[in-house]
Design a protein around this ligand. Structure first.
Ligand code: PMP
Length: 424
C-alpha cells in the first residue's frame, strides 16, 4: 500500500514528480463519487485523507495489541507501550531531533501551544513583558497569547503583513526588543500559504533573549522540517494534516527548557511521587503526557510518517510547488477572482485562498460541492487576519500529495460554471 520510489515518475527535465494518481489509489475515501462527480478533495489544510496503511494499522492495533501503556506488566501492555514509544522515536527522527524525550505526544497543535503558554508563560511572563506574534496567526497560535498577555498584564505586539501576504520585517528591530519574552509565529500560513522566514526572525528574537515558538501545523505535512537547524525553541504540529489520525499531535521542545517547566495538566502517569501534601513530577516527556493518550492514533501516526518518508518530503515539497504554480496560473486568469498570498510558488505552500467579486465564499463552496469538489470557506480560524484582508471569509483550495493538475482543472472549470450559474 505504500508508495515506493518506483511510483515516482522521473520527467524528462530530470525533476522527480509524484504520480498523484498512483498515490490516490492508496486512499480509499478518494475513490467515491460526491453528488454524481468523482470526489476532488481540496481541503487538505483543514485535514488530510488517510492511506489504507494508516487505516490498517489502527485496525491491527485494536485487533492485536490494544492495552493501556506505561503501566501494565502483561504482554499486550508491553506491546502497546513499545508501539507508542517507537512512534516517539519515529517522530524525533522525522523532524531531525536527536533526543526522543524532547518529543511530547499530545492531541495536536492547539494542545502544544496552550501547554507552552500556560506552563512556560505562567512562570516567565510578568507585567510589562512583550509577547510578539504575527498578523497571520491561526487562532490556535493567537488566543493562548492574547489570554496570557491579559492574565499577566503583558503587551501583545505583532509583526504586520505586506499587501502580498508576507511578513513585513521593515520594523522588526522595534517590534522585537529586550522586553520580548516570546515570539510565536506560524511556519506556514493556513490562509495565505506564506512560508515565513522562521530562522531569520528567530535569530533576532534570540539576540534579545526571547524564546521562539513555531506553529508547524501547515509546514510539517508539506516540506522537510529539521528542528536541529530551524533555530526555534518549541515546534508544534498535528498528525491529522499529514495522513495520520485525528486527535494526535506533537510538541517538540528543547530539553533544557522542558526540564525546567511545570506541567500544564496533572493526573495519572505524569508523576514521580504523590502524597496528600506533596507531588513530584516525572521526567520529560511523561511530565507533559497526563492520562491515557490516543494510543491507537499515535501508533497509526507512525504508519503515516512511513508513508510520507517513502515518498520523500523533498519530493512532496517539489510536487506542491509545481501544483501551486499551475493553480495560481489558472486561477489568476479567471475574471473578478482575487487570490490572497504571495504569487511565487517557491515561497508559499499549496493552500490558496480566493474570493469572487460577486459570489460569497460559502456559495462558492456549496456550488463546488455540487460538482464533487471539497474546499473550505470561512474565516479559517484567523479572524484578525481576515479583517486585515478586508474579508469576512475566503474560499480556500488546498492541495496535497494525491492532487494533480486534473484536480486544478476541475476546480477552475467548476468556478467558471459557477460564474455562469450566478450570472456574474
Ligand atoms: N495552526 C495552523 C496554522 C493550522 O492550520 C491549524 C489547523 N487548522 C492549527 C494551528 C490547529 O491545529 P489542530 O486543530 O490540529 O490543533
Amino acid at each position: 500500500m505504500h508508495t515506493r520510489p518506483e511510483d515516482i515518475v522521473i520527467t524528462s527535465d530530470n525533476s522527480s514528480r509524484l504520480c498523484a494518481r498512483t498515490i490516490k489509489a492508496d486512499f480509499p475515501v478518494l475513490s467515491q463519487d460526491i453528488n454524481g462527480h468523482k470526489l476532488v478533495y481540496l481541503d487538505n489544510a483543514a485535514s488530510s485523507q488517510k492511506p489504507q496503511s494508516v487505516i490498517d494499522e489502527l485496525s491491527r492495533f485494536y485487533s492485536e495489541d490494544n492495552a493501556n501503556i506505561h503501566r501494565g506488566l502483561h504482554t499486550l501492555a508491553e506491546r502497546s507501550t513499545n508501539a507508542y514509544e517507537s512512534t516517539r522515536k519515529r517522530v524525533a527522527k522525522f523532524i531531525g531531533c536527536q533526543n526522543p524525550d524532547e518529543v511530547i505526544l499530545n492531541s495536536g497543535t492547539t494542545a502544544g501551544i496552550n501547554l507552552i503558554a500556560y506552563s512556560w508563560g505562567e512562570e516567565h511572563i510578568n507585567e510589562g513583558d512583550e509577547i510578539v506574534i504575527t498578523e497571520m496567526e491561526h487562532h490556535a497560535n493567537l488566543i493562548p497569547w492574547v489570554i496570557l498577555a491579559k492574565r499577566k498584564k503583558a503587551v501583545l505586539k505583532r509583526i504586520p503583513i505586506t499587501s502580498d501576504g508576507r511578513l513585513n520585517l521593515d520594523d522588526i528591530e522595534n517590534i522585537i526588543t529586550d522586553r520580548t519574552k516570546i515570539l510565536a509565529l506560524s511556519h506556514m500560513s493556513n490562509v495565505l500559504g506564506t512560508i515565513n522566514p522562521v530562522t531569520e526572525i528567530a535569530e533576532i528574537a534570540h539576540k534579545h533573549g526571547a524564546i521562539v515558538v513555531a506553529d508547524g501545523a501547515q509546514a510539517v505535512p508539506h516540506m522537510p522540517v529539521d528542528v536541529s537547524t530551524l533555530g526555534v525553541d518549541f515546534y508544534t504540529f498535528s498528525a491529522h494534516k499529514m495522513l495520520g489520525p485525528t486527535g494526535v499531535g506533537v510538541l517538540w521542545g528543547k530539553k533544557e527548557l522542558l526540564d525546567k517547566m511545570q506541567p500544564f495538566m496533572t493526573g495519572g502517569e505524569m508523576i514521580r511521587e504523590v502524597h496528600f501534601d506533596k507531588v513530584t513530577w516525572a521526567e520529560i516527556p511523561h511530565r507533559f503526557e497526563p492520562g491515557t493518550p490516543n494510543i491507537a492514533g499515535v501508533v497509526g501516526f507512525a504508519a503515516a510518517i512511513d508513508y510520507l518518508e517513502n515518498i520523500g518530503m523533498d519530493k512532496i515539497r517539489q510536487h506542491e510547488i509545481e501544483i501551486t504554480r499551475y493553480a495560481l496560473e489558472k486561477l489568476s486568469k479567471i475574471d473578478k477572482l482575487d487570490i490572497q498570498g504571495p504569487t511565487e510558488p517557491d515561497i508559499r505552500g499549496a493552500a490558496i485562498s480566493f474570493t469572487d467579486h460577486n459570489v460569497h465564499p460559502h456559495d462558492i463552496s456549496t456550488f463546488l460541492d455540487s460538482k464533487g469538489i471539497a474546499i473550505r470557506a470561512g474565516h479559517h480560524c484567523a479572524q484578525p487576519l481576515l479583517r486585515i484582508l478586508g474579508k469576512v471569509a475566503t474560499a480556500r483550495a488546498s492541495f496535497y500529495i494525491y492532487n494533480d493538475e486534473a484536480d486544478v482543472d476541475a476546480l477552475v472549470q467548476a468556478i467558471i460554471e459557477m460564474k455562469k450559474y450566478f450570472g456574474v
